[in-house]
Design a protein around this ligand. Structure first.
Ligand SMILES: [Zn+2]
Length: 357
């Protein structure tokens, strides 16, 4: 079992200066760190990344990159956006700006690719894009960017739908979550729109894949083509691609709510079936906000992930679980995690008692 923790460079630098921090990480068999190397609101100095890598190399840990290319500002709780030239805020079907979700534009892809080339120079072997890499927020209808620029781009790509009054109101009825009752022509438009928004994310993955740095995408819980996430297309475009499943349930309230453990398992199994070899798949063992999922519930979450067949555990993130109780729990249970065999399938979830983890 490979366990990794996600952290910002500051956390690593700060942690490395605290007595016993590295020993604590090793004690719970954390093999490496995903270090934030790219986000939308600030440039992270490559020298800082190199310094973090040197510290981790010296301590025997691996350093992998994690980037937040599309939506997350520097602080997850900061209600602001920062954009670069050639980027724009995604607009929803009503024309309103979407929080934490830019549109995937040519320039955004180019900027992200340049970042990966810097990482290659620094010897970072893996780059994982956070689950803000999508064309829609959690659940709901088929999404995408409905600004005039993106709508014009769509009809250029699909001229069969080009007509004088084409716009958000043409799309609104056909993009509802439930496609029941749509005509053949409306279904064709729906599919074309999903192809269009998914092509943007797939292209991002293809063009940020460079030799020497393995690329990966973190998929949002229940993320699919409604949000521009076409897992089979991404696999085809990037054959060695890594994936992270989407789990949500980052706090006790959602994890303990009736039916949610099953929903978590269902979502994980659905993603795993599309992603392929378990060796390339990572969990979303997130605690958010700080301390919101107790160590005991994180333990249960990891057991559930293991029962789904996940072998690689991604502890997101260190800032959110920086109390000793988490590391004591991990150290005490790492063997039990490793010994937990996969046993859940989409067909046997009804017979499983999710309260006995
Ligand atoms: Zn747009």
């Amino acid at each position: 079992m490979d366990m990794r923790a996600c952290a910002a460079p500051d956390t690593i630098l700060h942690g490395s200066e605290s007595a016993g921090w590295m020993k604590k990480m090793r004690g719970c068999r954390i093999r490496g760190f995903f270090v934030t190397v790219y986000d939308v609101s600030e440039e992270i100095d490559p020298e800082k990344i190199a310094r973090v890598k040197r510290i981790l190399d010296g301590e025997g840990f691996e350093t992998w990159g994690i980037g937040l290319p599309v939506g997350h500002p520097a602080g997850l709780d900061t209600p602001r956006f920062t954009y670069h030239e050639g980027w724009h805020v995604r607009r929803d079907i009503d024309g309103n700006e979407c929080r934490w979700c830019n549109a995937v534009t040519d320039r955004l892809i180019r900027d992200a690719r340049e970042r990966v080339l810097i990482l290659r120079e620094l010897g970072i072997p893996v780059m994982f894009w956070d689950d803000d890499l999508r064309a829609g927020n959690y659940e709901g209808d088929v999404q995408g960017c409905f600004c005039s620029e993106c709508l014009a781009k769509f009809v250029r790509a699909y001229p069969e739908f080009d007509r004088k009054d084409f716009g958000r109101e043409t799309l609104r009825p056909v993009l509802k979550k439930d496609p029941a009752g749509l005509s053949e022509e409306e279904l064709a438009l729906r599919e074309a729109w999903m192809d269009f928004i998914s092509a943007g994310i797939t292209r991002f993955m293809r063009e940020t894949t460079v030799e020497g740095v393995r690329n990966g995408i973190m998929v949002m819980h229940r993320g699919d083509r409604r949000h521009g996430i076409d897992i089979p297309a991404i696999r085809k475009a990037c054959p060695g691609c890594l994936f992270r499943v989407g789990e949500l349930m980052f706090d006790d309230r959602s994890f303990e709510a009736p039916g949610n453990k099953r929903a978590l398992a269902e979502g994980v199994l659905r993603h795993m079936a599309l992603m392929g070899d378990p060796e390339r798949i990572w969990s979303e063992s997130t605690v958010y906000p700080h301390g919101a999922l107790t160590p005991e519930n994180l333990r249960k979450k990891i057991v559930l992930e293991r029962k789904c067949g996940l072998r690689n555990i991604n502890l997101m993130g260190v800032e959110r679980m920086n109390s000793d109780a988490y590391y004591e729990m991990l150290e005490k249970n790492v063997r039990a995690f490793e010994e937990t065999e996969p046993c859940l399938t989409p067909g046997n979830l009804d017979g499983f008692d999710f309260e006995t983890l």
